[in-house]
Design a protein around this ligand. Sequence first.
Ligand SMILES: [Zn+2]
Length: 194
Amino acid sequence: MSTHAAVGACVGLALTMNQPPEYALIGGTLAMIGGIISDIDVGETGKKTTPIIIGGLSLGLLAILFSVGVGVFPGIIELWKTTSGLLRTMVGSALFFVTCLWGMRRPHRSFLHSLLGMAILGGTVYLALPVAAGYFLAGMVSHVILDLLNYRPVQLFYPLEKGVSLRLCYSKSRVSNAILVGSVVGIVALLLAR
Ligand SMILES: [Zn+2]
């Protein structure tokens, strides 16, 4: 999961490289959440604590983003007020939550790892905060691409059952660790280059 989180954050920061810090914070945070949310569906195939960690981390990241908006970069709150607002955020968040709950009851690497799942979750994020949706989706796409590299098939075209896999490596392999290290270096480089 740390690899997915790091790659997501790296993608979000890269996409917002030339933009104001408000966008980098929204981009980094939302792409990181997009990078980890899919594995909330691990169910029997993973550790019981994984969905709790993913949910807690996602909420924690949003709380940090909100606090930074209130305390350091008011532009974040301003952006939220002008492009979204309380009602949109409440409806979007509720739909996001329900979609995740439904996805958790589907098999691992099915709905929450599919184009359909990305479209629906992306739509709920767009409702909550339009500017965040693209970064969130970029994070989800990075997750699915990483999962496609290894042997366990991904039901990319859910509800079609046929799984897709590039069969290039195992998930707990050195490749995964190398990607983790690479993206952490990438995050530091992107932050220093700003
Ligand atoms: Zn996954």
